[in-house]
Every structure is written in C-alpha cells, then in structure tokens.
Write a protein that binds this ligand. Structure first.
Ligand SMILES: [Cu+2]
Length: 472
C-alpha cells in the first residue's frame, strides 16, 4: 500500500539538507490485483497495480525534499520504476540493464532522489511495458512548491483506456496491426479508474486541474468546451498563464489548468476529448459546497522551474530520424526478421538461434537502428555521446505516417522550432512529432549517464523506436 505523501525534508548521506529528518519511506508494491473500476465494467480480474485500487494514491512530495520509495516486486516477472519527467541521478532512472539491474520477482529496490522541479509527473515500469503498463502499473507523482499561490482544490485527472471486454477480462493488449501503426487502442475510457466520472469542485473556488494522458497509445485533445481556464504548466513545467482553448496530448503528456469553478452550486462543466470526430466526455465537474469568491480573470502565475538555459547559438545539432524499421523488415512469408541485421543493430554476437527463440516484433527504428524490448540485456551502442555541460539541439524527424510522442529521460528540454507549426518555446520532457514534421529541441546536457530517447506509444517503443544518448 502507498502511504501518505512525504511531508518532511530528508538528509541523504553526503547531501546536507539543514538538519531535516530522514525521509519517510514509501512502499510501492507491484503485484497482481483485482481492480474495481466503475462504469460498464465492474472489476478487472487480472490487473497489475501499485495499490489495491486503481489508480494508487497520488504520491506528493515538496520540491527539494527527498523521495525515498521501496519497490517490492510481487509480480511473476522482473520490473522497475521510471520516474517520468524527473531530472534525477541516472542510477534512479529505473531502466533495467541500462541504469540498474532488473528487480526480480520477490526482490526489492530503493529509489531515492530529490526532485528539483515542482509539477505533475508520473511513474511506471520500464520493462515488458506493453503488458505491465497495459495491466495497470502506473501512478501519479505531484511535486509541490510551497511558495506557489494557493488553490482551493487540486484535482488529478488520470486518463487512460483499457483493453478488455464487458466482463472485465483483458483482450489482447497488443496486436501487430496496432504496434505497426498508430497503436492498439483500448475501448474502455477512464479518468481515475472510472468511466466519465462526476468530480466535485468547490463552488466559485480556484481549481488546479492536473490532466495526465497515461494511455499507452491514444493521442487526445483535451478541451473544456463550457468553461474558461488557463494553462499554467505544460508537462509539469510552469508557464505564464495562457488562455486555454484545447491542447493535444500524446501518451505520457500532462497539462495543468487553473479555473474558477461555477458560482452556482450544482452547475457542471465537462472535460472532453475533442480529437475524435465526435468528442466524448472524459469527466464532468460539478460545483459543490458553500460558495467562495475569487477575482475574475487571469490566475496568479506559478514559480518557474530552475532549468538550465541552453546556449542555442553555440549548440551542436544532432539529427534523430524516427522511421519504420527497414534493416529488419518482416518477411511476409515466414514472419522472421533478417537476423544478421538484428544482430548488427543490437551490437550483439548472440547466436541467431537464441534471437529466434524470442517473439520477433520489430517495426520501428531511430536513425535506422531498432532496439526492441525483446533485446533484454543486449545493449546497443548509444545513439550519440554528449559532452557534459554543453548545449545541444536535437532535430527530431518523423518520416512515418503516424504521430509519435518522443520522450527524453533525465533532462527537461526546450521545444524551439517546427517545420509545420509556429512554436512558442516551452519546456517539456515529451514532445509530439506529427507525420513529416521536424521539431527542434534544445537543452543543456548537464546530467551524466545513459538516458533513454524513445517513443511513448508503448508498442512503438517496445518494437524498436527506442535508443539512448550518453552524457559523459
Ligand atoms: Cu511512436
């Protein structure tokens, strides 16, 4: 079970924190669970989760405090926890083989780090991700800044779909048709584990809405058609408030909105996905309780995160092309890839017969190199080696017919330019790259280690669209 949010500062060995008490340890137990979801499905019988219910309680920590979390693995296979969007030491990044050994069944691993930035983040496994995330292993991590202006309510809206039938039994979580295209979509849409829930907000109150798209495949366009609101953070990073219209969110992306709830008790407004031809309601909000009053207009701004500013004029530019896998294209006759190309791509001398024993699904590549999840401990060389402290511009080039949310670990980057859209530069850890789009991002490579660069459509990641860069 997850405990209450951490409220005390910590003192790590070698990191003096001014005499604060040791951090409270959170226990995060990854285990098979039966979830009760609400809607037209009453129970998921073969879920995997971090808590008895879905979603687990939101982890809350104050910026600069130490988060200490003990992962206890009660799954039948190895696992890990990646803390999405957090700039943390490489050994805490939770990528099996690359940053830590896999946490085997029955084993434990303690994650300990101090989040440097306030915002809305999340955590999830980074192994057999299609299955582990698909079955429910995920949770929300909120890093609070006590100096931020207060809100009357702080509401997390975790959106995700599920792949199961009316009886709550999982259907195939992945298909070749989905993995090789835009992803295998779920049909049961939930917010906080409920189908189109009604969520109470304080009447007339100032509300912070933290929207997370934690689906493994679906890109949504979040909108509040009946309700004025302001964007106050993008993917966890505060911005000066901007009037909200709608916002496209790929898997792993977050958006914090500030709004003033209706003045009349019982009045409602909806959060919709307007990406679809026919928008659907994700959640309904209802004003409840005694009326509060707040000035109309723009909400107060949040404090900016201390993200180093890249020197774009003197940055080195590197190019990363996201494509279908050509080196290991499937042969329609026997469904087996070119093993010599696979060996070369993985940088392995592993006998072809051993590679053959694994399910062969390779559809995608970065810079023509696929690195599928099935590679296990066979690490390819890094896509690039960066000099610690230098500024870099990455040009991310999408030559596929699909949209890809591209995620870089360990760094928060600035999105600076697109060949298809006007970009007002903003910070993020995950950027959507549309078909035939070239997007430039910039950052200071200030965090040493091996950092994943991958698509967050989990089936794309797991069938080749991942790699890593080394900061040395
Ligand atoms: Cu993708």
């Amino acid at each position: 079970m997850l405990g209450a949010g951490i409220a005390v500062g910590g003192a790590l060995t070698g990191i003096p924190l001014g005499g604060a008490a040791a951090p409270t340890e959170q226990q995060i137990v990854a285990a098979p669970r039966s979830f009760a979801l609400t809607g037209n499905v009453s129970a998921v019988t073969a879920g995997w989760g971090y808590g008895d219910a879905f979603p687990p309680p939101t982890l809350r920590v104050k910026v600069g405090d130490t988060l200490r979390a003990r992962l206890i693995n009660r799954l039948p296979e190895h696992t890990s926890i990646h803390w999405h969007g957090i700039r943390l030491p490489n050994a805490m990044d939770g990528v099996p083989y690359l940053t830590q050994p896999p946490v085997e069944p029955g084993a434990e691993f303690v994650y300990e780090f101090r989040p440097p930035d306030a915002g809305t983040f999340w955590y999830h496994p980074h192994c057999n991700s299609i299955e582990q995330i698909g079955r429910g292993l995920m949770g929300v991590l909120v890093v609070e800044n006590p100096d931020d202006p207060p809100f009357d309510a702080d509401i997390v809206c975790l959106y995700r779909d599920w792949r199961f039938d009316d009886a709550g039994q999982f259907t195939a979580i992945t298909t070749d048709e989905g993995a090789g295209r835009a992803g295998t979509m779920g049909s049961f849409h939930t917010v906080n584990g409920a189908s189109a829930p009604v969520i109470d907000v304080p009447t007339g109150g100032l509300v912070r809405l933290r929207i997370l798209n934690l689906d493994s495949a679906r890109v949504i366009t979040a909108a509040l058609p009946e309700q004025p609101a302001w964007i106050i953070t993008i993917d966890g990073n505060p911005i000066a408030p901007v009037a909200f219209d709608q916002w496209q969110m790929g898997p792993a992306m977050r958006l914090d909105l500030a709004l003033r709830a209706p003045d009349r008790e019982g009045a409602t407004f909806t959060l919709t996905n307007s990406f679809a031809a026919e928008p659907w309601t994700l959640a309904t909000f209802r004003a409840a309780g005694p009326a509060r009053s707040h000035p109309q207009g723009e909400p107060p701004a949040l404090l900016a995160s201390p993200i180093p500013r890249p020197d774009i004029d003197n940055a080195e530019t590197l190019h990363f092309t996201f494509s279908a896998s050509s080196a290991t294209a499937l042969d329609p006759q026997d469904q087996l890839p070119d093993l010599s190309a696979l060996q070369a791509a993985l940088g392995t001398n592993e006998p072809a017969a051993d590679l053959l024993c694994r399910p062969q699904r390779i559809f995608w590549a970065i810079n023509q190199r696929p690195w599928p999840g099935q590679a296990g401990g066979q690490l390819p060389p890094p896509l690039a080696t960066l000099t610690r402290g230098r500024s870099y511009v990455f040009e991310l080039i999408n030559v596929t017919p699909h949209t890809h949310p591209i995620h870089l670990h360990g760094h928060t980057f600035l999105v600076i330019e697109s060949n298809k859209r006007t970009i007002t530069p903003y910070h993020t850890d995950t950027v959507l790259i549309h078909t035939k789009e070239r997007v430039k991002i910039a950052f200071v490579a200030d965090n040493p280690g091996d950092w994943m660069l991958h698509c967050h459509i989990i089936e794309h990641q797991d069938t080749g669209m991942m790699g890593y860069v080394r900061v040395a």
